[in-house]
Design a protein around this ligand. Structure first.
Ligand SMILES: [Zn+2]
Length: 265
């Protein structure tokens, strides 16, 4: 009896009743298991050196003439900056623009491949096929429909533009240094597995010194999208999370700012 009362009191606190089993939260999602993989957009957000950065201006702010509180602002930016989505049309002629991606492809199982040790002393590191096969030996085959996320460790430099990009002069694309994917790794993912997207915690899936953006060419050419400047990858296990990557639905867009969430297992 005493334990039943304890249960009732506990259940009231939890919003349960004695007769029904614990119910999931209304969303059906355990909200304590959500990780936000998105950086905020503001005047410091890192954009490609040739791109227009994020601009945000207040249009109205405060008590209105009508006596009520009213705020509104306007923003503008290039598509490719901050935490964002590269649609296949970015480097794949005739491929999908951001509005044409089927919603189901924006949600998928994460495969998180940690290459941070190799990148530690080599800012020009290229993810190799052996990084992919090594991950599979430990965790099994990359699932169909996966979003393959590469953790280089560069996220820790996000607040330091020079360290993150390797160069911080506006327009300077010659002195960029950060890790990316090798041509071979991109081709392996296209030919050997059936993934929906890739993502990385650097400014580009191609390394900073790339001149031909071959990983973009290969992956976008195969209608695979990319997520760039992905935050907080250190919070994800190698396998078991679900990614929800939602870009702004710009008609014809080659990319867009994206809100990216992970649901931990
Ligand atoms: Zn991009």
């Amino acid at each position: 009896m005493k334990s039943c009362w304890m249960f009732v009191i506990g259940s009231v606190l939890l919003g349960l009743s004695c007769s029904s089993p614990p119910s999931p939260q209304r969303s059906g999602i355990d909200e304590s298991r959500i990780v936000d993989l998105t950086y905020s957009f503001d005047e410091n957000t890192i954009y490609w050196p040739t791109a227009q950065p994020f601009r945000w201006e207040k249009e109205s702010w405060g008590q209105s003439a009508g006596g009520y509180w009213y705020t509104a602002a306007r923003y503008s930016a290039s598509e490719h900056g901050g935490t964002h989505f590269d649609s296949p049309i970015h480097f794949g002629e005739g491929r999908s623009s951001v509005d044409q991606i089927a919603p189901g492809r924006l949600i998928g199982p994460a495969a998180v491949i940690d290459v941070s040790a190799a990148c530690e002393n080599n800012p020009d590191y290229l993810v190799a096929v052996s990084d992919l096969t090594g991950w599979e030996r430990a965790h099994g085959r990359i699932p169909d429909g996966a979003i393959v996320l590469f953790r280089t460790g560069w996220g820790r430099y996000w607040s330091d533009r020079k360290r993150y990009l390797g160069a911080d002069a506006p327009g300077d694309t010659q002195n960029l240094h950060f890790p990316g994917l090798s041509r071979e790794a991109a081709e392996w993912l296209v030919k050997e597995r059936r993934i929906d997207g890739v993502g990385i915690d650097t400014a580009s899936i191609d390394y900073g010194q790339s001149k031909d953006f071959i990983a973009h060419q290969v992956l976008n050419g195969a209608d695979i999208y990319a997520l760039e400047n992905v935050a907080a990858l250190e919070a994800l296990p190698p396998l078991g999370s679900t990614i929800i990557a939602l870009p702004m639905k710009i008609r014809g867009g080659t990319g867009a700012p994206a809100r990216i969430l992970a649901l931990l297992p």
